[in-house]
Design a binder for this molecule. Structure first.
Ligand SMILES: Cc1cc2nc3c(=O)[nH]c(=O)nc-3n(C[C@H](O)[C@H](O)[C@H](O)COP(=O)(O)OP(=O)(O)OC[C@H]3O[C@@H](n4cnc5c(N)ncnc54)[C@H](O)[C@@H]3O)c2cc1C
Length: 398
């Protein structure tokens, strides 16, 4: 088990750190580190900079335009991008539909879509969840009926992250209603500009509008947009959900929150002294720092096992649970650095380019919203309760 970086990995880390410091546009970095709501342009600009350097698809093999990095190099890359204040790379293309097309797509689908993902020419969104199908995904009801060379799709998807920016949606649809629910699902690609696609934003607790409902009314797609076989979508759906393993730990976000916490605690004061010198506050910070350190070591342990060829199983569920708990704890303490100023937050100040005033100042204004936004991390990617079920079943044999 390798728990420290080799000299070559240290050099690699330096290279990424220098690149991010030199090439990440300062306006993007400032908005990211102020926890603002980012626009499509923030993500696309940074993605193009990475793509030009050959790092647009860090997890992909060289055959498809990736750098062919080891698992450890990918972890270092993610870490340095987070540390330097870069926007996250949008996962829907790179970590979800990209690997799906590599494994299940036709040569035509791969040749068309994969290069466009690297340059974020196509923004993808994920059409899995429905109002009646979340944890129990196989109960989904959106239908696709074959009509000549087309499928006609009807139904509703929900919680669709950043659908408002999306050009394409990969989508689970029901192509057969008899038999086991899992056996009648197909995996299709929908052009979001097709007639019959309607998007309605869902306003979240933090007053953001990152997630949406997507209504599909008689949407026609060519049969060529089917991935894999008709009724064979469940295997693909599971492959996609299980594909991205290391990011699930949320280490990059934890580190960013931890760095911000220290920064805010140095600047905020209590009884005329920096908050960071308050013994009780420090105790809580130190406890979280220890939690984070042990979480990082767990990830390193698993990354090193994966690098040695052992696939990660239910440990990914453990990383998901722990990572989301730590992010939420850090977010809560971070909000407390603002004290009463966390309360009257102004939603508009979270948008980039805001030039007005807020009671707390723009800097503190985003902390309550961040706290509220972080409620989501124990829900998406499989809720923490469902992750606990997986551990109970496959590790404890219950
Ligand atoms: C911010 C955000 C972004 C999202 N983005 C997307 C997206 O882009 N695309 C997409 O398709 N989906 C997305 N989702 C949906 C997400 O995958 C679902 O919310 C998640 O799978 C849970 O489903 P649900 O919300 O229907 O809750 P339900 O499945 O109805 O669960 C409700 C509660 O019951 C618990 N529960 C359910 N089943 C069990 C069980 N067997 N044992 C114990 N407890 C159980 C859950 O843990 C939860 O607490 C997003 C969700 C959020 C919050």
């Amino acid at each position: 088990m390798q728990l420290t970086e080799t000299p070559a990995e240290k050099l690699f880390r330096d290279e990424i750190r220098e690149f991010v410091a030199a090439r990440l546009p300062p306006d993007i970095r400032d908005d990211v580190l102020a926890f603002k709501h980012l626009g499509r342009d923030h993500y696309v600009r940074w993605q193009l900079i990475l793509a030009e350097r050959g790092w647009g698809a860090p997890g992909w093999p060289t055959a498809y335009g990736g750098p062919g990095w080891t698992v450890m190099q990918r972890a270092i890359f993610d870490d340095e991008c987070y540390r330097g204040g870069a926007p996250r790379q949008i996962p829907f293309g790179l970590s979800m539909i990209g690997p799906v097309l590599m494994k299940f797509g036709t040569p035509e689908q791969r040749a068309h879509y994969l290069p466009r993902i690297i340059r974020l020419q196509d923004w993808w969104c994920q059409g899995y969840s429905e109002p009646g199908a979340g944890s129990d995904l196989a109960s989904l009801k959106t239908t696709a009926r074959r009509d000549g060379d087309h499928y006609v799709i009807n139904g509703q998807k929900t919680w669709t992250t950043l659908a408002q920016f999306a050009d394409w949606m990969f989508c689970l649809v029901r192509t057969q209603s008899e038999g086991k629910p899992q056996e009648g699902i197909s995996f299709v690609l929908i052009d979001m500009r097709s007639p019959g696609v309607r998007i309605r934003p869902i306003r979240t607790l933090d007053l953001g509008a990152e997630i949406n409902e997507v209504f599909l009314d008689d949407v026609r797609i060519p049969v060529a947009n089917l991935v894999g076989t008709e009724n064979g979508g469940w295997t693909i759906a599971k492959f996609l959900l299980g594909h991205e393993r290391t990011n699930i730990a949320g280490i990059g976000m934890c580190r960013r929150l931890s760095a911000s916490l220290k920064d805010y605690a140095r600047q905020q004061t209590k009884h005329g002294r920096p908050l960071i010198e308050d013994v009780r506050f420090r105790d809580r910070m130190v406890k979280l720092e220890i939690d984070l350190l042990s979480h990082e070591w767990s990830l390193m342990r698993l990354v090193s096992l994966e690098q040695a060829g052992r696939p990660i199983g239910a440990e990914a569920s453990m990383l998901k649970i722990r990572g989301s708990e730590i992010q939420q704890d850090l977010g809560e303490l971070l909000m407390e650095t603002a004290g009463p100023y966390a309360l009257p937050f102004v939603a508009d100040a979270l948008n980039t380019g805001f030039e007005g005033a807020t009671a707390a100042g723009v800097r503190l204004n985003s902390l309550a919203s961040l706290y509220l936004d972080l409620r989501k991390v124990s829900i998406y990617g499989g809720t923490n309760e469902v992750q606990k079920n997986i551990i109970a079943k496959s590790v404890l044999g219950l």
